[in-house]
Design a protein around this ligand. Structure first.
Ligand code: EPZ
Length: 431
Protein backbone atom coordinates (compact mmCIF):
# COMPACT_ATOMS: atom_id res chain seq x y z
CA UNK A 1 0.00 0.00 0.00
CA UNK A 2 1.21 3.50 -0.78
CA UNK A 3 2.34 5.88 1.94
CA UNK A 4 3.54 9.48 1.89
CA UNK A 5 6.81 10.54 3.48
CA UNK A 6 6.86 14.27 4.25
CA UNK A 7 9.70 16.44 5.52
CA UNK A 8 8.04 19.53 6.96
CA UNK A 9 8.80 23.09 7.93
CA UNK A 10 9.55 24.22 4.36
CA UNK A 11 7.73 27.40 3.19
CA UNK A 12 5.92 26.55 -0.07
CA UNK A 13 6.50 28.84 -3.03
CA UNK A 14 5.14 28.93 -6.57
CA UNK A 15 2.04 28.33 -8.67
CA UNK A 16 -0.34 25.39 -8.56
CA UNK A 17 -3.26 24.67 -10.91
CA UNK A 18 -6.61 23.38 -9.69
CA UNK A 19 -8.27 20.44 -11.44
CA UNK A 20 -11.91 19.69 -12.21
CA UNK A 21 -14.34 19.34 -9.29
CA UNK A 22 -14.88 15.74 -8.12
CA UNK A 23 -18.30 16.57 -6.65
CA UNK A 24 -19.46 18.13 -9.91
CA UNK A 25 -17.97 15.42 -12.13
CA UNK A 26 -19.70 12.56 -10.29
CA UNK A 27 -23.34 13.65 -10.82
CA UNK A 28 -22.43 14.99 -14.27
CA UNK A 29 -21.08 11.56 -15.26
CA UNK A 30 -24.37 10.05 -14.01
CA UNK A 31 -26.30 12.64 -16.06
CA UNK A 32 -24.80 11.29 -19.30
CA UNK A 33 -27.30 8.41 -18.91
CA UNK A 34 -30.14 10.87 -19.55
CA UNK A 35 -29.61 10.82 -23.32
CA UNK A 36 -28.75 8.23 -25.95
CA UNK A 37 -26.60 10.84 -27.72
CA UNK A 38 -22.89 11.41 -27.12
CA UNK A 39 -21.85 13.69 -24.24
CA UNK A 40 -18.30 15.09 -24.27
CA UNK A 41 -16.96 16.09 -20.85
CA UNK A 42 -13.80 18.18 -20.37
CA UNK A 43 -11.75 18.98 -17.25
CA UNK A 44 -12.67 15.61 -15.74
CA UNK A 45 -10.21 14.99 -12.88
CA UNK A 46 -8.25 11.71 -12.89
CA UNK A 47 -9.35 10.31 -9.51
CA UNK A 48 -10.23 6.86 -8.22
CA UNK A 49 -13.82 8.05 -7.64
CA UNK A 50 -14.06 8.93 -11.34
CA UNK A 51 -12.73 5.53 -12.32
CA UNK A 52 -15.34 3.86 -10.08
CA UNK A 53 -18.18 5.88 -11.61
CA UNK A 54 -16.97 5.17 -15.18
CA UNK A 55 -16.82 1.45 -14.32
CA UNK A 56 -20.45 1.56 -13.17
CA UNK A 57 -21.53 3.46 -16.30
CA UNK A 58 -19.87 0.80 -18.45
CA UNK A 59 -21.56 -1.95 -16.40
CA UNK A 60 -24.91 -0.25 -17.04
CA UNK A 61 -24.15 -0.25 -20.78
CA UNK A 62 -22.64 3.13 -21.60
CA UNK A 63 -19.69 3.45 -23.99
CA UNK A 64 -16.88 5.48 -22.46
CA UNK A 65 -13.94 6.77 -24.54
CA UNK A 66 -11.04 8.93 -23.35
CA UNK A 67 -9.67 10.68 -26.48
CA UNK A 68 -7.15 12.62 -24.37
CA UNK A 69 -6.36 13.16 -20.65
CA UNK A 70 -9.21 14.96 -18.84
CA UNK A 71 -11.71 14.38 -21.68
CA UNK A 72 -14.38 11.64 -21.68
CA UNK A 73 -16.91 10.87 -24.45
CA UNK A 74 -19.89 8.97 -23.01
CA UNK A 75 -22.67 7.42 -25.10
CA UNK A 76 -25.45 5.62 -23.24
CA UNK A 77 -27.45 4.05 -26.08
CA UNK A 78 -28.72 0.79 -24.56
CA UNK A 79 -28.62 0.74 -20.77
CA UNK A 80 -29.93 -1.49 -17.97
CA UNK A 81 -31.53 -0.21 -14.79
CA UNK A 82 -29.42 -1.98 -12.17
CA UNK A 83 -26.40 -0.57 -10.30
CA UNK A 84 -25.04 -3.58 -8.39
CA UNK A 85 -23.75 -3.72 -4.81
CA UNK A 86 -20.25 -4.88 -5.77
CA UNK A 87 -19.75 -1.62 -7.67
CA UNK A 88 -21.85 0.83 -5.64
CA UNK A 89 -20.23 -0.21 -2.33
CA UNK A 90 -16.92 1.26 -3.58
CA UNK A 91 -18.34 4.75 -3.71
CA UNK A 92 -21.50 6.01 -2.03
CA UNK A 93 -21.89 8.90 -4.47
CA UNK A 94 -23.07 6.32 -7.01
CA UNK A 95 -26.47 6.78 -5.38
CA UNK A 96 -26.84 9.67 -7.84
CA UNK A 97 -27.44 7.10 -10.56
CA UNK A 98 -31.00 6.76 -9.22
CA UNK A 99 -32.28 9.96 -10.85
CA UNK A 100 -30.99 9.33 -14.38
CA UNK A 101 -32.09 5.67 -14.42
CA UNK A 102 -35.57 6.61 -13.20
CA UNK A 103 -35.77 9.35 -15.83
CA UNK A 104 -34.50 7.35 -18.77
CA UNK A 105 -35.91 3.85 -18.06
CA UNK A 106 -38.79 4.65 -15.68
CA UNK A 107 -37.27 2.10 -13.27
CA UNK A 108 -34.10 1.65 -11.23
CA UNK A 109 -32.48 -0.77 -8.85
CA UNK A 110 -29.53 0.79 -7.06
CA UNK A 111 -27.71 -0.74 -4.14
CA UNK A 112 -28.01 1.34 -0.97
CA UNK A 113 -24.60 2.93 -0.38
CA UNK A 114 -22.73 1.97 2.76
CA UNK A 115 -22.03 4.53 5.46
CA UNK A 116 -18.57 5.94 5.86
CA UNK A 117 -16.24 7.07 8.63
CA UNK A 118 -17.50 10.67 8.60
CA UNK A 119 -20.89 9.48 9.76
CA UNK A 120 -24.20 7.99 8.59
CA UNK A 121 -25.05 8.80 5.00
CA UNK A 122 -28.87 8.42 4.85
CA UNK A 123 -30.81 8.70 1.60
CA UNK A 124 -34.29 9.27 3.09
CA UNK A 125 -34.56 12.65 1.33
CA UNK A 126 -33.68 11.10 -2.05
CA UNK A 127 -36.52 8.61 -1.50
CA UNK A 128 -38.90 11.30 -0.29
CA UNK A 129 -38.24 13.28 -3.47
CA UNK A 130 -38.83 10.28 -5.74
CA UNK A 131 -42.11 9.49 -3.96
CA UNK A 132 -43.19 13.12 -4.44
CA UNK A 133 -42.61 12.52 -8.16
CA UNK A 134 -45.22 9.77 -7.93
CA UNK A 135 -42.63 6.96 -8.06
CA UNK A 136 -43.18 3.71 -6.18
CA UNK A 137 -40.10 3.15 -4.02
CA UNK A 138 -39.34 -0.05 -2.16
CA UNK A 139 -36.23 -0.88 -0.13
CA UNK A 140 -35.38 -4.57 0.08
CA UNK A 141 -32.26 -6.75 0.11
CA UNK A 142 -30.04 -3.67 0.36
CA UNK A 143 -31.39 -2.13 -2.84
CA UNK A 144 -33.64 0.80 -3.65
CA UNK A 145 -36.22 -0.43 -6.17
CA UNK A 146 -38.02 2.33 -8.05
CA UNK A 147 -41.04 1.92 -10.33
CA UNK A 148 -41.43 5.26 -12.13
CA UNK A 149 -43.98 4.18 -14.75
CA UNK A 150 -46.39 6.88 -13.48
CA UNK A 151 -43.78 9.54 -12.73
CA UNK A 152 -45.00 13.12 -12.85
CA UNK A 153 -43.76 16.50 -11.72
CA UNK A 154 -45.01 18.04 -8.49
CA UNK A 155 -44.11 20.23 -5.48
CA UNK A 156 -41.22 18.91 -3.37
CA UNK A 157 -39.65 20.26 -0.17
CA UNK A 158 -36.25 18.53 -0.01
CA UNK A 159 -34.81 19.93 3.24
CA UNK A 160 -33.79 17.60 6.05
CA UNK A 161 -32.68 18.16 9.63
CA UNK A 162 -29.25 19.33 8.39
CA UNK A 163 -30.77 21.53 5.67
CA UNK A 164 -30.34 20.78 1.99
CA UNK A 165 -28.86 17.63 0.42
CA UNK A 166 -26.30 17.91 -2.40
CA UNK A 167 -26.62 14.51 -4.10
CA UNK A 168 -30.29 14.38 -3.10
CA UNK A 169 -30.88 17.58 -5.09
CA UNK A 170 -28.86 16.16 -7.99
CA UNK A 171 -30.93 12.98 -7.97
CA UNK A 172 -34.32 14.70 -7.88
CA UNK A 173 -33.38 17.26 -10.53
CA UNK A 174 -32.21 14.43 -12.82
CA UNK A 175 -35.42 12.48 -12.12
CA UNK A 176 -37.58 15.55 -12.85
CA UNK A 177 -36.03 16.75 -16.13
CA UNK A 178 -37.81 14.02 -18.13
CA UNK A 179 -40.91 13.74 -15.88
CA UNK A 180 -44.16 14.98 -17.44
CA UNK A 181 -45.38 18.25 -15.85
CA UNK A 182 -43.64 20.78 -13.65
CA UNK A 183 -41.61 20.15 -10.52
CA UNK A 184 -41.10 22.91 -7.97
CA UNK A 185 -38.16 21.93 -5.80
CA UNK A 186 -37.79 23.87 -2.54
CA UNK A 187 -34.75 23.80 -0.24
CA UNK A 188 -32.58 22.64 -3.15
CA UNK A 189 -28.82 22.57 -2.50
CA UNK A 190 -27.01 25.60 -3.98
CA UNK A 191 -23.45 24.22 -3.94
CA UNK A 192 -21.48 25.30 -7.08
CA UNK A 193 -21.29 21.62 -8.05
CA UNK A 194 -25.11 21.40 -8.15
CA UNK A 195 -25.19 24.59 -10.24
CA UNK A 196 -22.66 23.00 -12.61
CA UNK A 197 -24.87 19.91 -13.02
CA UNK A 198 -27.95 22.06 -13.70
CA UNK A 199 -26.05 24.14 -16.26
CA UNK A 200 -25.03 21.00 -18.11
CA UNK A 201 -28.61 19.65 -18.01
CA UNK A 202 -29.86 22.93 -19.51
CA UNK A 203 -27.23 22.53 -22.25
CA UNK A 204 -28.73 19.06 -22.89
CA UNK A 205 -32.13 20.69 -23.38
CA UNK A 206 -33.56 20.50 -19.85
CA UNK A 207 -35.83 23.32 -18.68
CA UNK A 208 -34.69 24.48 -15.21
CA UNK A 209 -35.36 27.92 -13.71
CA UNK A 210 -33.80 29.31 -10.52
CA UNK A 211 -30.42 27.59 -11.01
CA UNK A 212 -28.19 28.57 -8.06
CA UNK A 213 -31.13 29.39 -5.81
CA UNK A 214 -32.83 27.11 -3.23
CA UNK A 215 -35.98 27.06 -5.39
CA UNK A 216 -35.84 25.28 -8.73
CA UNK A 217 -38.68 24.98 -11.23
CA UNK A 218 -38.20 22.08 -13.62
CA UNK A 219 -40.46 21.53 -16.63
CA UNK A 220 -40.16 17.97 -17.89
CA UNK A 221 -39.07 17.39 -21.50
CA UNK A 222 -39.59 14.40 -23.78
CA UNK A 223 -35.89 13.85 -24.44
CA UNK A 224 -32.51 15.40 -23.78
CA UNK A 225 -29.76 15.63 -26.38
CA UNK A 226 -25.99 15.27 -26.14
CA UNK A 227 -23.65 18.20 -25.51
CA UNK A 228 -20.06 19.21 -24.76
CA UNK A 229 -19.41 20.48 -21.25
CA UNK A 230 -16.39 21.54 -19.19
CA UNK A 231 -16.54 20.82 -15.47
CA UNK A 232 -15.91 23.62 -12.96
CA UNK A 233 -12.73 23.82 -10.91
CA UNK A 234 -12.53 22.03 -7.59
CA UNK A 235 -13.00 24.68 -4.89
CA UNK A 236 -12.11 22.15 -2.16
CA UNK A 237 -8.78 21.30 -3.82
CA UNK A 238 -8.14 25.04 -4.20
CA UNK A 239 -8.93 25.67 -0.52
CA UNK A 240 -6.61 22.85 0.50
CA UNK A 241 -3.68 24.41 -1.39
CA UNK A 242 -4.48 27.84 0.07
CA UNK A 243 -4.22 26.37 3.57
CA UNK A 244 -0.96 24.61 2.57
CA UNK A 245 0.51 28.01 1.68
CA UNK A 246 -0.79 29.54 4.91
CA UNK A 247 0.46 26.69 7.14
CA UNK A 248 4.00 27.00 5.82
CA UNK A 249 3.99 30.83 5.69
CA UNK A 250 4.76 30.48 2.01
CA UNK A 251 3.89 32.34 -1.17
CA UNK A 252 1.48 30.16 -3.14
CA UNK A 253 -0.55 31.26 -6.15
CA UNK A 254 -3.52 28.91 -6.67
CA UNK A 255 -4.58 29.23 -10.30
CA UNK A 256 -7.74 28.25 -12.16
CA UNK A 257 -10.15 29.10 -9.35
CA UNK A 258 -12.66 31.96 -9.17
CA UNK A 259 -12.75 33.43 -5.61
CA UNK A 260 -16.55 33.63 -5.79
CA UNK A 261 -16.66 29.82 -5.44
CA UNK A 262 -15.02 30.12 -1.98
CA UNK A 263 -16.93 33.00 -0.37
CA UNK A 264 -17.36 31.78 3.21
CA UNK A 265 -13.91 30.12 3.26
CA UNK A 266 -12.05 33.26 2.11
CA UNK A 267 -14.10 35.39 4.49
CA UNK A 268 -12.98 33.21 7.42
CA UNK A 269 -9.31 33.38 6.32
CA UNK A 270 -9.59 37.16 6.00
CA UNK A 271 -11.00 37.26 9.56
CA UNK A 272 -7.92 35.23 10.63
CA UNK A 273 -5.73 37.91 9.02
CA UNK A 274 -4.23 35.76 6.25
CA UNK A 275 -2.78 38.07 3.56
CA UNK A 276 -4.21 37.08 0.16
CA UNK A 277 -4.35 38.64 -3.31
CA UNK A 278 -7.52 37.73 -5.22
CA UNK A 279 -7.62 37.73 -9.03
CA UNK A 280 -10.48 36.81 -11.40
CA UNK A 281 -9.20 33.26 -11.73
CA UNK A 282 -6.59 32.87 -8.97
CA UNK A 283 -5.98 33.29 -5.24
CA UNK A 284 -2.48 34.06 -3.96
CA UNK A 285 -1.44 33.50 -0.34
CA UNK A 286 1.49 35.70 0.68
CA UNK A 287 3.92 35.26 3.62
CA UNK A 288 3.07 36.74 6.99
CA UNK A 289 4.95 37.31 10.25
CA UNK A 290 3.59 36.54 13.72
CA UNK A 291 0.40 34.57 14.25
CA UNK A 292 -2.95 34.57 12.48
CA UNK A 293 -6.00 35.17 14.65
CA UNK A 294 -8.08 32.28 16.01
CA UNK A 295 -11.50 31.74 14.41
CA UNK A 296 -14.93 30.37 15.21
CA UNK A 297 -16.19 28.24 12.30
CA UNK A 298 -19.54 26.50 11.85
CA UNK A 299 -19.98 24.31 8.78
CA UNK A 300 -23.26 24.84 6.89
CA UNK A 301 -24.79 24.12 3.49
CA UNK A 302 -23.65 26.54 0.74
CA UNK A 303 -23.22 29.50 0.89
CA UNK A 304 -22.13 28.71 4.47
CA UNK A 305 -18.65 27.43 5.36
CA UNK A 306 -18.08 24.10 3.50
CA UNK A 307 -17.75 20.97 5.60
CA UNK A 308 -15.20 19.65 3.07
CA UNK A 309 -12.78 22.38 4.21
CA UNK A 310 -13.38 21.85 7.93
CA UNK A 311 -10.46 19.52 8.67
CA UNK A 312 -8.09 21.71 6.67
CA UNK A 313 -8.81 24.95 8.54
CA UNK A 314 -8.61 22.95 11.76
CA UNK A 315 -5.03 21.98 10.86
CA UNK A 316 -4.23 25.66 10.21
CA UNK A 317 -5.67 26.69 13.56
CA UNK A 318 -3.23 24.38 15.39
CA UNK A 319 -0.60 26.89 14.24
CA UNK A 320 -2.59 29.94 15.34
CA UNK A 321 -2.25 31.46 18.82
CA UNK A 322 -5.39 31.43 20.93
CA UNK A 323 -8.49 29.22 21.05
CA UNK A 324 -10.33 28.36 17.83
CA UNK A 325 -13.71 26.60 17.79
CA UNK A 326 -14.79 24.50 14.83
CA UNK A 327 -18.36 23.20 14.90
CA UNK A 328 -19.42 20.55 12.39
CA UNK A 329 -23.12 20.84 11.62
CA UNK A 330 -23.23 18.58 8.54
CA UNK A 331 -21.34 15.48 9.74
CA UNK A 332 -20.92 15.70 13.54
CA UNK A 333 -18.36 12.84 13.57
CA UNK A 334 -16.11 14.44 10.96
CA UNK A 335 -13.14 14.71 13.33
CA UNK A 336 -11.24 11.52 12.50
CA UNK A 337 -8.14 13.61 11.78
CA UNK A 338 -8.05 14.94 15.35
CA UNK A 339 -6.44 11.94 17.14
CA UNK A 340 -3.76 11.85 14.44
CA UNK A 341 -3.11 15.59 14.72
CA UNK A 342 -2.82 15.13 18.50
CA UNK A 343 -0.09 12.54 17.87
CA UNK A 344 1.80 15.25 15.98
CA UNK A 345 1.54 17.59 18.97
CA UNK A 346 -1.72 19.47 18.31
CA UNK A 347 -3.81 20.48 21.34
CA UNK A 348 -7.43 19.79 20.38
CA UNK A 349 -10.39 18.67 22.46
CA UNK A 350 -13.69 17.48 21.05
CA UNK A 351 -16.80 18.77 22.81
CA UNK A 352 -19.87 17.30 21.05
CA UNK A 353 -20.00 18.63 17.47
CA UNK A 354 -17.14 21.07 18.16
CA UNK A 355 -13.35 20.86 18.11
CA UNK A 356 -11.64 23.33 20.46
CA UNK A 357 -8.13 23.99 19.17
CA UNK A 358 -5.47 25.60 21.33
CA UNK A 359 -2.72 27.04 19.16
CA UNK A 360 0.03 27.58 18.41
CA UNK A 361 1.58 24.15 18.85
CA UNK A 362 4.93 23.12 17.40
CA UNK A 363 3.98 20.03 15.45
CA UNK A 364 6.51 17.23 15.10
CA UNK A 365 6.64 14.55 12.45
CA UNK A 366 5.10 11.18 13.34
CA UNK A 367 3.61 8.02 11.83
CA UNK A 368 -0.07 8.76 11.16
CA UNK A 369 -3.03 7.04 9.52
CA UNK A 370 -5.44 8.60 7.02
CA UNK A 371 -9.10 7.74 7.66
CA UNK A 372 -11.11 9.58 5.01
CA UNK A 373 -10.59 11.93 2.11
CA UNK A 374 -10.47 15.34 3.78
CA UNK A 375 -8.90 14.03 7.01
CA UNK A 376 -5.99 12.74 4.89
CA UNK A 377 -5.54 16.21 3.43
CA UNK A 378 -5.45 17.73 6.92
CA UNK A 379 -2.72 15.28 7.99
CA UNK A 380 -0.58 16.25 5.00
CA UNK A 381 -1.08 19.95 5.75
CA UNK A 382 0.01 19.35 9.35
CA UNK A 383 3.04 17.34 8.14
CA UNK A 384 4.05 20.25 5.90
CA UNK A 385 4.15 22.52 8.99
CA UNK A 386 5.86 19.95 11.25
CA UNK A 387 9.49 19.68 12.26
CA UNK A 388 10.92 16.39 11.02
CA UNK A 389 9.55 13.46 9.06
CA UNK A 390 5.94 12.30 8.88
CA UNK A 391 4.79 8.99 7.38
CA UNK A 392 1.15 8.92 6.34
CA UNK A 393 -0.47 5.53 5.72
CA UNK A 394 -3.70 4.59 3.85
CA UNK A 395 -3.37 7.47 1.40
CA UNK A 396 -5.73 5.66 -0.98
CA UNK A 397 -8.36 7.81 0.81
CA UNK A 398 -6.62 10.89 -0.59
CA UNK A 399 -6.42 9.51 -4.13
CA UNK A 400 -10.22 9.51 -4.22
CA UNK A 401 -10.38 13.30 -4.33
CA UNK A 402 -6.97 14.84 -5.09
CA UNK A 403 -5.32 14.30 -8.46
CA UNK A 404 -1.49 13.89 -8.30
CA UNK A 405 -1.55 15.68 -4.93
CA UNK A 406 2.05 14.97 -3.99
CA UNK A 407 3.26 15.98 -7.47
CA UNK A 408 1.45 19.33 -7.28
CA UNK A 409 2.82 19.92 -3.78
CA UNK A 410 6.35 19.09 -4.96
CA UNK A 411 6.10 21.73 -7.71
CA UNK A 412 5.66 24.36 -4.98
CA UNK A 413 8.58 23.07 -2.95
CA UNK A 414 7.07 20.51 -0.59
CA UNK A 415 9.35 17.62 0.38
CA UNK A 416 6.82 14.84 -0.09
CA UNK A 417 7.16 11.50 -1.82
CA UNK A 418 4.90 8.53 -2.48
CA UNK A 419 6.51 5.30 -1.22
CA UNK A 420 5.40 1.83 -0.22
CA UNK A 421 4.49 0.93 3.37
CA UNK A 422 7.46 -1.47 3.16
CA UNK A 423 9.73 1.59 3.11
CA UNK A 424 8.61 2.70 6.58
CA UNK A 425 11.74 2.51 8.78
CA UNK A 426 11.67 -0.50 11.15
CA UNK A 427 12.44 1.72 14.15
CA UNK A 428 9.22 3.66 13.47
CA UNK A 429 7.18 0.46 13.33
CA UNK A 430 8.22 -0.43 16.89
CA UNK A 431 5.80 2.09 18.41
C1 EPZ B 1 -21.97 15.76 -0.83
O1 EPZ B 1 -22.29 14.57 -0.13
C2 EPZ B 1 -20.48 15.68 -1.12
N1 EPZ B 1 -20.21 14.50 -1.93
C3 EPZ B 1 -19.69 15.61 0.20
O2 EPZ B 1 -18.32 15.65 -0.13
C4 EPZ B 1 -20.03 16.85 1.02
O3 EPZ B 1 -19.36 16.75 2.26
C5 EPZ B 1 -21.55 16.92 1.24
O4 EPZ B 1 -22.23 16.91 -0.03
C6 EPZ B 1 -21.95 18.18 1.98
O5 EPZ B 1 -21.54 19.30 1.28
C7 EPZ B 1 -20.51 14.55 -3.24
O6 EPZ B 1 -21.01 15.53 -3.74
C8 EPZ B 1 -20.18 13.32 -4.02
P1 EPZ B 1 -25.62 15.70 1.65
P2 EPZ B 1 -23.84 14.19 0.09
O7 EPZ B 1 -26.68 14.81 1.12
O8 EPZ B 1 -24.65 14.65 -1.04
C9 EPZ B 1 -28.06 14.62 5.60
C10 EPZ B 1 -16.07 15.01 -0.04
O9 EPZ B 1 -15.26 15.03 0.90
N2 EPZ B 1 -28.91 13.85 4.70
O10 EPZ B 1 -25.60 17.13 1.21
O11 EPZ B 1 -23.90 12.75 0.47
C11 EPZ B 1 -26.66 14.01 5.72
O12 EPZ B 1 -26.62 13.03 6.73
C12 EPZ B 1 -17.48 14.52 0.21
O13 EPZ B 1 -15.83 15.38 -1.21
C13 EPZ B 1 -30.07 13.29 5.21
O14 EPZ B 1 -30.38 13.42 6.39
O15 EPZ B 1 -24.20 15.06 1.35
C14 EPZ B 1 -25.81 15.21 6.07
O16 EPZ B 1 -25.92 15.45 7.47
C15 EPZ B 1 -17.69 14.03 1.63
N3 EPZ B 1 -30.88 12.56 4.37
C16 EPZ B 1 -26.50 16.37 5.33
O17 EPZ B 1 -27.83 15.89 5.04
C17 EPZ B 1 -30.57 12.40 3.04
O18 EPZ B 1 -31.36 11.75 2.30
C18 EPZ B 1 -25.83 16.78 4.03
O19 EPZ B 1 -25.68 15.62 3.26
C19 EPZ B 1 -29.38 12.98 2.54
C20 EPZ B 1 -28.57 13.71 3.39
Amino acid sequence: MDVFKVNGNVPLKGEVHVGGAKNAALPILAATLLTEEKVVLRNVPDLSDMRFMLEILRHIGADTIQPEPGVWEITAKEITHIAPYELVRKMRASVCLLGPLVSRLRKAEVSIPGGCVIGPRPIDLHIKGLKKLNCKVDISNGYVHVDASDIKGGPIFLGGRSGSTVTGTANIVMAAVLAPGTTRLECAACEPEVVDLCEMLVKMGAQIEGVGSPELTITGREKLHGCEYSIISDRIEAGTFIIAGAMTRGDVNVKGIAPKLLGAFLDKLEEAGLPMELGADNIRVTPYKGSLKPVDVITLPHPGYPTDLQAQIGALMTQTEGLSIITERIYPHRFMHVPELQRMGAEISIEGPSAIIKGASQLSGAQVMASDLRASAALILAALASKGETWIQRIYHLDRGYERFEKKLTTIGAQIERLSDKDIPKELLQY
